[in-house]
Design a protein around this ligand. Structure first.
Ligand SMILES: Cc1cc2nc3c(=O)[nH]c(=O)nc-3n(C[C@H](O)[C@H](O)[C@H](O)COP(=O)(O)OP(=O)(O)OC[C@H]3O[C@@H](n4cnc5c(N)ncnc54)[C@H](O)[C@@H]3O)c2cc1C
Length: 352
C-alpha cells in the first residue's frame, strides 16, 4: 500500500509530492498535458499587489516557507530555478511616486517597498519619473522546475504520464483503490481540470485565462523585472518574457490575436526600442471567486482531498498550501477557514 496517489503535477501537485516525500511517504503521481498553467506561468513572486498597493494575503509566511522549500528541491534536482531579482515598478507621474511613498508608510507594506526611488537608466526604457523597488521578489523558472522534477519522479518510478480515470477509482473505508494500486489517500491537484473531477467539480473554480509572449529586443538592456500593467522579465540572449493578460470569459488555452495585441500595446507603454514576438502562450489560472485557495477533505469521502485554487500566485502559495493540507491529513491540524473548502458548505460531488 502506498500513502498518496496525487493527480496533477503542476505547482500544486509537485508541492504536495515534495512535502510527502520529505516525510518519507510513498507516493504515485498521475499527470497528463490537459492543463498548462504552471508550465507557462511568468513565475514571479511578489508580496505586493501593485495595482491596489496592498499586501498579498499571508505574504511573509508564504515567502518563508517557499524559500527553503524551493532551495531543497533545487539541491535534490541539482538545478537552479529560483532567481532572486528585483521587481521595479516604473512610475509614469509624480502622483504615482507619491502613492508609492504613502503605501510604503503602511505597516504591512513597509518590509516590501523600498523608500529610495531608483533613477537608473536601462537602455531601451525611458523613465523620467524613475522606479520604486519591491523587496523580497524574484521568479521561479517554472518550466525548468517542472521538467527537471518530472525527470526526478520518473527516475524513481513515482510518476505515470497518463490521464487519471475517475471512473476507475474505488473508495474504501481505509483508503482508495485505483487500477490495482492501494493508497491510504488521494490528493487531487488538477488546476482548472478540476471541472472534470466528480468529487470536487461543484467548487467555485472560475478560471482566468492568461496570455504571455516572449519577445526579442536586442536594444533593451535590463537585468531586473520591470512591472507596470504587465511585467518584463529578462531571460538572457536578448529575450524577455512579457505578461500577462486577464480574461474572465474565455476558458480555453487557445492563443488569441486580441491577447497578443493587448500585450504589444502594453510593451510599447514601457519600452521605447524595437522588439519582435518570438513565442506566444496561453493557459487558464485556477482562480476562485473569493481569491483564496481550495484546500481540504471531501465532506463524505475522508480519504479524498483537494489542493487547488492557487489562482494568480501558484509560486508563493503552492508550498504553503501543500504543507497545510499535509498537516491537516497527517496530524489533524485544523485548516485556516479562509482556505478550507468547507467554506462552500457541501458543494461537492459524490462518487456515484
Ligand atoms: C499566463 C499566466 C501567467 C502566470 N504567471 C504567474 C506568475 O508570474 N506567478 C505565479 O505565482 N503564478 C502565475 N500564474 C498562475 C500559476 O500558473 C498557477 O497558480 C499555478 O500554475 C496553478 O498550479 P496547479 O498545479 O494548481 O495547476 P496546473 O498548472 O494547471 O497543473 C495541473 C496539472 O494536472 C494535470 N491534470 C489535470 N487533470 C488531470 C487528470 N485527469 N489526469 C492527470 N493529470 C491531470 C494537468 O495536465 C496539469 O499538468 C500564471 C498563470 C498563467 C496562465
Amino acid at each position: 500500500m502506498i500513502d498518496y496517489i496525487i493527480v496533477g503535477s503542476g505547482l500544486a501537485g509537485i508541492s504536495f509530492s515534495e512535502v510527502a516525500l520529505l516525510h518519507d511517504k510513498k507516493i504515485l503521481i498521475f499527470n497528463d498535458d490537459s492543463q498548462n498553467s504552471s508550465k507557462i506561468a511568468g513565475g514571479l513572486y511578489n508580496p505586493v499587489i501593485l495595482k491596489r498597493f496592498s499586501e498579498v494575503w499571508q505574504a511573509q509566511e508564504q515567502l518563508e516557507i517557499m524559500t527553503s522549500f524551493y532551495s531543497n528541491i533545487a539541491n535534490k534536482i541539482e538545478t537552479k530555478f529560483d532567481f532572486k531579482i528585483p521587481i521595479l515598478r516604473k512610475f509614469f507621474s509624480i502622483e504615482e511616486q507619491n502613492n508609492w511613498f504613502t503605501a510604503s508608510d503602511k505597516k504591512a507594506l513597509a518590509p516590501f517597498l523600498s523608500t529610495s526611488l531608483i533613477f537608473k537608466t536601462f537602455e531601451g526604457i525611458e523613465a523620467p519619473f524613475g522606479y520604486g523597488e519591491v523587496l523580497q521578489t524574484g521568479y521561479v523558472d517554472t518550466a525548468l522546475l517542472l521538467s527537471k522534477y518530472e525527470e526526478f519522479l520518473l527516475s524513481k518510478e513515482l510518476l505515470k504520464k497518463e490521464s487519471f480515470d475517475y471512473n476507475a477509482l474505488d473508495i474504501e473505508d481505509d483508503g482508495v483503490l485505483y487500477k490495482g494500486i492501494d493508497s491510504k489517500h488521494i490528493v487531487f491537484a488538477e488546476g482548472f481540470g478540476l471541472h472534470k473531477n466528480p468529487f470536487f467539480k461543484e467548487l467555485p473554480l472560475d478560471g482566468t485565462k492568461g496570455e504571455l509572449v516572449i519577445i526579442k529586443a536586442p536594444l533593451l538592456n535590463l537585468d531586473v523585472i520591470v512591472n507596470t500593467s504587465v511585467f518584463i522579465l529578462p531571460l538572457g540572449n536578448d529575450l524577455f518574457k512579457v505578461g500577462a493578460t486577464y480574461n474572465w470569459k474565455d476558458k480555453t488555452d487557445l492563443l488569441t490575436e486580441e491577447g497578443k495585441i493587448e500585450l504589444i500595446e502594453r510593451i510599447k507603454e514601457i519600452i521605447s526600442c524595437d522588439f519582435e514576438i518570438i513565442e506566444h502562450y496561453a493557459g487558464v489560472r485556477p482562480t476562485v471567486r473569493d481569491r483564496r485557495p481550495l484546500v481540504g477533505t471531501h465532506a463524505v469521502h475522508k480519504r479524498v482531498h483537494v489542493l487547488n485554487g492557487l489562482g494568480t500566485r501558484g509560486v508563493m502559495l503552492g508550498p504553503a498550501m501543500a504543507k497545510a493540507l499535509f498537516d491537516h491529513i497527517e496530524n489533524g491540524t485544523v485548516l485556516d477557514k479562509e482556505i478550507d473548502i468547507k467554506r462552500f458548505g457541501n458543494r461537492q460531488g459524490k462518487k456515484s
